[in-house]
Design a protein around this ligand. Sequence first.
Ligand code: FE2
Ligand code: FE2
Length: 302
Amino acid sequence: MISELQDIATRAHIDTIHPNALPWPEAFDDAERDFLSRLAFGEPGHEEKAVVYITKELAQLAEIEKHVTGVLSIVLSELQREPATGLNAGHTLHHALSCFAAEELHHANMFYLYVRLLSGRDFKYPENLYAQRVGLYQSDESPWVKLAALCCSAYIGESVITVFERRCRALDPEQRFFFTQLLVAHGLDEARHIKVDHFVFDHVIPALNSAEQRRMRQILHATEDLNTELAIRFAAYAKDFFSCDYTGGNRANEIQMQLTAAFRELVFGGEIIRKVDDAMNDEHRQLLAAFCSETRVHGAVA
Ligand SMILES: [Fe+2]
Ligand SMILES: [Fe+2]
């Protein structure tokens, strides 16, 4: 079991791209904005709305990622007081979670760099509910319960952004556009995060007793409620900040909301926590295929 976790992190220094290593331009040209319009609206001509949409989404995702880093730091610190047996023996789990946490902070930085360059504005939402979202994890609860709740929550956003990465790859197979390069770079780390989430689903959650599983779900649902509230606030803030309603005709925005709701239901709507690809039905796969030309969310691109 430990060796499975060890394998996940083995190439973490190779299969990764530091934000500095991306080929940042001085400014984005019309071709990048045209690509974003096609990505979101399925056609050119909606560049301004597409820029506002992507700016809002990536800035919001950056806030979610910073929360993952914050909570994983709490979990890492609290695991030190747990018995050093099983999964908690040695340094393997500590290493895997430390890589995860550090990578998410790099992503938040990378996404904010992108949206500030793309929009030409210093876009950041001050009321990001950080204290409340981290507060859910500042309790006497077992760190195993906290780790399980966090991975379930992170998994939804990670699955949705993976679908968007796949749509970028389908529309831009040569990866000419910076946005594709950004999501592909992000996806190198995310592939490991998904493996850690799956590991937690397979080995950590089943080891929780029923009271712990109940508390895990309480923290998870409270996290998801605050993330939903964050998304609503971010949308209102972005529309006001840019004086632009990016939603009309924005197919990507609609599909993103559909996928988020569907993935939540598939992953934690039932008695046991399930992996998204195991839980999807043909209807979900058709929705996915129409959007990103793939019938799987995770795993190798066909
Ligand atoms: Fe990330
Ligand atoms: Fe991640």
